[in-house]
Design a protein around this ligand. Structure first.
Ligand code: UT7
Length: 362
């Protein structure tokens, strides 16, 4: 009996999977969000401010998107990395760990500081972390959900103990701030959010499951084509210097994206609930990617959730793509909207198309 106990202890310690009489015994860890943080640039841009740049109105923007204001980065002050780092510092502080304990870093963004290298290594440098691995994720609005899912796998299998997951965006400089680009430029904003995901021995709490999907056939329905190596090469873009070339501005087929978003959000939330034998009644807080308030309201109605069961802050920040879920999560924690053992559902949909959900027992 003593030897048996020692073997089990060793298996658990080293996270081995063993098979006994064809029964697979899987000693996996659980990962738990230990700390959350966020940072948004100081510069507030109201709907009224936008009316001075393009043919739009406060009423149109509020009615179609719910957005009242968003933050725009200041050139020379804010970078995607330094905003991500500020959010990360808050998350590390809230996690009550020393930054030397972080053993991996994942950075999700569609708006990196450089074409290459990615923001992961820049954040590793700015935070002065050990020479840990740094991974960049390019999954746009579902970037944070993808990043969290990857971090979860690394922790569950025992490879890492504390992973810093950052989602940060500076999208404003790439927006077409004229009437031509108004359907896109009124929606997006800048900001950063982060979490520390840590190993836990309590298998009743933490990330229960994550669910990731993509449908590349719709890649061009929400995309920024240039600069890339398919359409026009950088020397061509420079030579042409053509202000009518919109390929270097984000393009969005808004209605098509909206229709797909409401379907995929619902599917992937249901998938997560079913996997864990849960129902919509079990949800304490749904944090949808802040794409458009009307999308969140559609999902809320479909799942018959009350206002207190859905978290929205798009009114203040607009759609901050990979940063939207970690900012919302950090604000929800700050406002006391999440209690221990609550069922928290994160769900995202966006360019790619990519979408996903993460089901968490807090
Ligand atoms: O986070 C990634 C995923 N993204 C999303 O989930 C976004 C999904 N899509 C949407 O949120 C909505 O489609 C938008 C908010 C982008 C657009 O709303 P919409 O109700 O689908 O408007 P629309 O593009 O069909 O345009 C309706 C009208 C058009 O005018 P006409 O052709 O009817 O005369 C547009 O030119 O509204 C016009 N319009 C605007 N008017 C004032 C488009 N943008 C604006 C604007 N201000 N900013």
């Amino acid at each position: 009996m003593k030897i048996y106990k020692e073997i089990v202890f060793l298996l658990q310690k080293n996270n081995y999977i063993c098979t006994y009489q064809n029964i697979k015994i899987n000693f996996m860890y659980t990962s738990k969000i230990k700390g959350t943080g966020y940072y948004v640039p100081e510069n507030i841009i109201t709907n009224e401010d936008l009316t001075k740049l393009m043919d739009t109105t406060d009423e149109w923007i509020k009615e179609r998107t719910g957005i009242e204001q968003r933050r725009h980065a200041t050139k020379g002050k804010d970078t995607t990395t330094n905003m991500g780092v500020r959010a990360a510092q808050m998350a590390i502080e809230n996690a009550k760990i020393d930054k030397s304990e972080i053993d991996f870093l994942i950075f999700a963004t569609l708006s990196p500081d450089y074409y290459f290298p990615g923001c992961g290594v820049l954040a590793q440098k700015e935070l002065n972390l050990n020479t840990i691995g740094a991974l960049d994720i390019r999954n746009q609005c579902s970037g944070f959900v993808y990043a969290l899912s990857v971090a979860d796998q690394f922790i569950k299998t025992g490879m890492y103990k504390n992973i810093l997951v950052i989602g940060a965006e500076i999208q404003s400089p790439a927006l077409d701030m004229t009437t031509r680009g108004r359907n896109v430029s009124v929606i997006f904003g800048d900001g950063a959010g982060a979490v520390v995901l840590s190993r836990s021995d309590n298998n009743k709490q933490g990330i229960l499951s994550s669910h990731l999907h993509s449908e590349g056939v719709h890649a061009e329905e929400l995309a920024m084509i240039s600069p890339g190596v398919t359409n026009k090469w950088v020397p061509e873009l420079i030579k042409e210097n053509n202000p009518d070339d919109t390929s270097y501005y984000p393009y969005m087929n808004g209605q098509f994206v909206f229709k797909n978003a409401v379907v995929r959000f619902s599917e992937v939330i249901m998938e997560g609930l079913k996997t864990n034998n849960l129902t919509k009644e079990d949800i304490n807080l749904l944090i949808p990617h802040q794409a458009n308030l009307r999308i969140s309201q559609f999902i809320q109605q479909k799942f018959q959730l009350t206002d207190s069961q859905v978290f929205n802050n798009i009114q203040k920040y607009g759609n901050t793509t990979a940063a939207s879920i970690p900012i919302a999560l950090a604000e929800a924690v700050e406002q006391g909207r999440i209690k221990e053992n609550d069922l928290v559902v994160l769900a995202a949909f966006g360019s790619g198309f990519t979408w996903g959900s993460v089901i968490i027992r807090w």
